[in-house]
Design a binder for this molecule. Structure first.
Ligand code: NAP
Length: 244
């Protein structure tokens, strides 16, 4: 798919969907820079990626901090010459009742999930020399509401709007900007008890939770030349959840 030798930066890549995306891009031949707030976990993840015979390294990066984001992107550009693909994956989803939500809880979710996407996209776009791809992991929570996640739903809705506007601004530079909106995906961050899990699966038309690979497949497509004419879009990957 012509991804061989491209440089990809994936945030929140230590585990879950981010790790799945890093591995899938590496299988297509991309060199991968893995950023995460958890450096130790990220170094372990980078070792798994290196086993796929590509170059990969881990960087400590809290996406809500501009200095750390700039340093992650500049180390990617220094090592590989340029950045071709950015995957904005890092995100948090703590359940908090709206009536009890503190300003700090609201700010933390918006800072990581939405400001982080802005900071990473701005820094990466500067290092994209021959076109590029910016792919952000949104959520079906950008389309339907989830009780206890008002801050999260707002942040993911923000990603969809940002994606459409940035696609227009970066189109002249041949940088395609898209988002993937997952449904319920089996990851460490989304782990739940067996009863909740069964209830969740009952609401999914395809009858199973999604896997990080399901999301990574959509990301690989959006990173490849097969999606050259797609920009400003949000692709839902949810086993049919939002089709109901
Ligand atoms: P996860 O298992 O919790 O993994 C997320 C990773 O991001 C963790 O390694 C986490 O580190 C890291 N991280 C947290 N805050 C960060 C920050 N400020 N800067 C950099 N890295 C940070 O989550 P996931 O389920 O794979 O979710 C990944 C993305 O998919 C998120 O954007 C999420 O909103 C989205 N999504 C997930 C689902 C789902 O069902 N799983 C559904 C829709 C959308 P720590 O472990 O140290 O916190």
């Amino acid at each position: 798919m012509l991804l061989k030798g491209k440089t990809a930066v994936v945030t929140g890549a230590s585990r879950g969907i981010g790790l799945g995306i890093a591995l899938a891009l590496a299988k297509e031949g991309c060199n991968v820079v893995l950023g995460d707030i958890d450096l130790k976990g990220c170094e372990e993840a980078a070792k798994k990626v290196q086993k796929l015979k590509v170059k990969a390294f881990a960087v400590k990066c809290d996406v809500s901090k501009k200095a750390e984001v700039d340093s992650m992107i500049s180390s990617a550009a220094k090592k590989f010459g340029k950045v071709d693909i950015l995957v904005n994956n890092a995100g948090i989803f703590p359940f908090v009742d709206f009536s009890k939500m503190s300003e700090a809880e609201w700010d933390r979710v918006l800072d990581i999930n939405l400001k982080g996407v802005f900071l990473c996209s701005q820094a990466a776009a500067k290092s994209m020399k021959e076109g590029g791809r910016i792919i952000s992991i949104s959520s079906i929570a950008s389309i339907i509401g989830f009780s206890g996640l008002s801050h999260y739903c707002a942040s993911k809705g923000g990603i969809n709007g940002f994606t459409r506007a940035l696609a227009l601004e970066l189109a002249p530079r041949k940088i395609n900007v898209n988002a993937v909106a997952p449904g319920a995906i089996d990851t460490p961050g989304a782990a739940s008890d067996e009863k909740t899990r069964k209830q969740t699966v009952m609401g999914i038309p395809l009858g199973r939770m999604g896997t990080p690979e399901d999301i990574a497949n959509a990301v690989v497509f959006l990173a490849s030349e097969k999606s050259d004419y797609i920009t400003g879009q949000v692709i839902v990957v949810d086993g049919g959840w939002t089709a109901k």
